[in-house]
Each structure stands twice: as C-alpha cells, then as structure tokens.
Ligand binder design. Structure first.
Ligand code: 0CM
Ligand code: SF4
Length: 313
C-alpha cells in the first residue's frame, strides 16, 4: 500500500502563533493560566496544554479576577474584551490576524451603514466573535438554501463576509446565489477564506483522485478539517476525519492501494506521523510526499509576549 502524504498540511501560521503564545505565557506567568475557548480546535493540543496547567473556559465568570487570560485563535467579540477588562484580567490576544481582518471589515461595513451577510457556521467560535462586532448589522447565512430565501427591504446596502475556514466551493456557490439575487452586493477586497484553508483544500482536490481512501487528521469540532473530509468525499473517495492512529479501523484498508493522508490546520504533525507509522507496521506501507504549494507565512506574537522576548522570566 502507498501513502500519499499531502503538503501543505497541518499547522498554519495562526495556529503556530497561538500555540507559541500559550507556551510562552505559561513559562512567563506560570499556571494556572486561563484560555477563553479551546486555543485551537484540536483534542491533542488542548489535552497537552491542560497537562501543563492551562485552564480552558467558556465563561469569563470562571476566571479569578486579576488572572492572565488568552483569547483563542478564533477571536472574541468586543463584549468579551470589555468583560475581561471589567474583571481586571490580563488579556493576551492570540487571535489569528486573518480572523482580525474579518472583524475589521465587519466594523467598517457596519460604520458605513451596510447590512452584512456573514457566510459561516452558526455557533462556531469565530462566527460568534465576528457577529459580536456589529450584532445589529450582521445576518448569518449558512447554506445555498438560506441564500435563496433571505429577504431585505428594497434599497438595503449589502455586503458579505465569510468565516475563514469554509469550503471554497460551498462559499462560492452561496456568493453566486446572493449576487444573482442582490446585484448591489459588495464583498471584501480579498477573499476571507484564509490561505491555509485554501491550500489544504487545493491539495485534497488535486491528490484525492489518485487515492482510494483519505485520512484527514483533525478533531471533529475543527471546521477546516471537516471541510477537507467533505471535499474528499465529494470527489468520490472514502474519507475519515480522525484525531490520531488510535481511531484507525484496519478494516478500512481492505483492497485499498493508495491512501491520501492530510491534516487540518490545528492538527500536530506528531499525529500524522503516528498514522504513517501505524500503516507502515500493519500494511508495509511506503510513503510518497506530494507538495502542491509552498507556504511561508508567519505571524508575530501578541504584543505582551513580543515584549517579553524569546527569553521569558
Ligand atoms: O476554525 P476551525 O474550526 O477550523 O479552527 P481550528 O482551530 O481547527 O483551525 C485553526 C483556526 C482558526 C481560526
Ligand atoms: Fe488563521 Fe487560517 Fe490558521 Fe485559522 S486556519 S488560524 S484563519 S491561518
């Protein structure tokens, strides 16, 4: 059996920055250190940080006054920032700059009196944060069906924005319907779906047709990882989204000759290698690395950590 190992895969610049931020914050400020929501949507990453003393919370009321608090890569609403201030928390913002860009677009459109159609998934941390920037101006559209039905009063100034981790194809289908129905619709100057989401999807699009099974490493609550599994399935290939080798069912590989392995933007390379090793041992698999694009994106650390420098206390 052959393993086709897709590149790019796994950690993106935003996830690298968020993970490094939490690591540095633990070293600099000690534990417990609090994180609003999962730092990234990955079980192994979250568990590893829990063992190091990070405490993940969904409500700021759980955080003792005066504590250090990280905001996750997915961003937060201004209400959360305000509440953190009120509770005298020392906030460190590990929001990915590409999520912040969408927040800023939302603020700009709302200020210019647009109604904003946010294309995204209801309840996702990023969507909750972005909608919080202008709750009275933003409506959420999740599907083509909703895009076909939504109505606005005549003459409404309309703009759309998207979650950063959507399926490029699904988003384009929704945008097409919206543009047909509302010719005045304006969009962001550049796509909101981030480079990492696009590149990982492109690699699956190109490589899945060469495989007869696809394994996507990532957690179930990771939007970009889910989209990779769906894309492979849309290409007609059996696909599984798994956290690690422990989730593999050896029965999946009966009669399969080529397995494509990729990983969502929040999945560590160690879980990829765990799967590769498992398939080498069980099926004598060989590995072929296939890179369809180079990535050289890096994001700076949040200011308070940057100022601490590379050698925190
Ligand atoms: O947004 P998504 O659910 O894909 O998040 P993730 O933590 O799996 O991936 C990285 C990010 C962001 C923002
Ligand atoms: Fe940023 Fe994209 Fe990574 Fe999310 S997936 S953290 S938006 S680079």
């Amino acid at each position: 059996m052959k393993i086709i190992l897709a590149a790019p895969r796994g950690f993106c610049a935003g996830v690298n920055m968020a993970i490094e931020s939490l690591d540095l914050a633990i070293k600099a400020f000690g534990t417990p250190i609090y994180v609003f929501h999962e730092i990234v949507h990955n079980k192994f990453v979250v568990e590893t940080f829990r063992e190091k003393g990070a405490v993940f919370v969904d409500h700021l009321s759980e955080v003792p006054e005066g504590s250090h608090l990280l905001f996750s890569a997915h961003g937060v609403s201004p209400e959360i920032r305000r509440y953190a201030k009120e509770r005298r928390l020392v906030a460190i913002d590990a929001t990915c700059p590409l999520v912040t860009k969408v927040h800023l677009e939302a603020i700009r459109y709302a200020r210019e009196k647009y109604t904003i159609i946010l294309i995204g998934h209801d309840g996702h941390d990023e969507v909750v944060g972005t909608m919080g920037e202008a709750p009275e101006a933003i409506v959420l559209v999740e599907s083509v069906e909703q895009a076909q039905k939504i109505e606005f009063p005549a003459g409404t100034k309309l703009a759309y924005l998207t979650q950063t981790t959507l399926s490029v194809d699904d988003a384009n289908r929704i945008i097409r319907v919206l543009k047909e129905r509302f010719p005045q619709l304006e969009g962001p100057p550049k796509d909101d779906i981030c480079y990492a989401t696009q590149n990982r999807q492109e690699a699956v699009s190109v490589l899945a047709p060469e495989a007869d099974l696809v394994l996507v490493l990532g957690s179930q609550n990771s939007s970009n990882s889910q989209r990779l599994r769906e894309l492979a399935a849309e290409k007609g290939v059996d696909a599984h989204l798994i956290d690690g080798a422990g989730d593999i069912d050896d029965g999946w590989f009966a009669g399969k000759n080529a397995v494509l392995i990729t990983a969502g933007a929040s999945a560590p390379e160690s879980v990829v290698q765990g799967c590769v090793d498992h398939l080498k041992v069980r099926f004598n698999a060989t590995v072929e690395i296939r890179s369809i694009r180079e990535e050289e994106v890096h994001f700076p650390l949040p200011r308070p950590l940057r100022e601490l420098g590379a050698s925190p206390k």
